[in-house]
Write a protein that binds this ligand. Structure first.
Ligand code: 5GP
Length: 199
């Protein structure tokens, strides 16, 4: 059985990564959305082990020491990370795995995985991004400012990604990402043996 494809999705806060990834995984049984660990507190409506694994800073640092993370980063003052075992198990079963992570985390995956696909999700415009970040209503003014400044920094990383998808609306963004995944599955890998299943 072929191993699944590892798909990294980054983009500024407010680009709609969460909604797009959720829709992708609900509509495609072969796709698994990785559940990250974080040391930030749950927002209203977020549930442990569904939105994130919510951990204390101490527990998070313990897991870093143990090498439990495929990648991890500090984002807006909190720890976020992808649990290695969870992802590798799914890939080995042939499932495609989506990591919705920031650009620092993507850099670590790029260093360690030749096969991963990197997608940058963009809002339709900066103006729209500002509206979305403000409109969320769950963050303090200080955090809103931080997120908008960070969005500019994140945009500078776009050149390191394989694909850019504009999130004008969720169904179209989902369709575009599905097409990218399909194309990746048909890609001839230079060090793979494409004909092994044929003979
Ligand atoms: P939020 O607090 O809004 O849920 O997420 C803040 C940022 O952290 C987002 O840009 C999100 O992509 C990023 N993030 C979420 N999970 C991970 C993770 O496991 N690793 C890294 N590096 N970033 C993450």
């Amino acid at each position: 059985m072929d191993k699944g494809v590892l798909i990294v999705i980054s983009g500024p806060s407010g680009a709609g990564k969460g909604t797009v990834c959720r829709n992708l995984c609900q509509q495609n049984p072969n796709l698994y959305c990785s559940i990250s660990a974080t040391s930030r507190s749950p927002r209203q409506g977020e549930r442990d082990q569904e939105s994130y694994y919510f951990l204390s800073e101490e527990k998070f640092r313990e897991l870093i020491e143990q090498g439990a993370f495929l990648e991890w980063a500090r984002v807006y003052g909190n720890y976020y990370g992808t649990l290695r075992q969870q992802v590798e198990e799914k890939l080995d079963k042939g499932l495609d795995v989506i990591l919705e992570i920031d650009t620092q985390g993507a850099k670590q995956i790029r260093r360690n995985s030749k096969e991963a696909v990197f997608i940058f999700l963009l809002p339709p415009s900066m103006e729209e991004l500002w509206k979305r970040i403000q409109g969320r209503g769950t963050d303090s003014p200080e955090v809103i400012k931080q997120r908008f400044a960070a969005a500019y920094q994140e945009l500078e990383e776009i050149w390191k990604y394989d694909y850019a998808v504009f999130n004008e609306n969720v169904p179209d963004a989902v369709k575009n990402i599905e097409a990218i995944i399909l194309a990746e599955k048909c890609r001839i890998k230079k060090d793979g043996d494409i004909l092994s299943r044929f003979f």
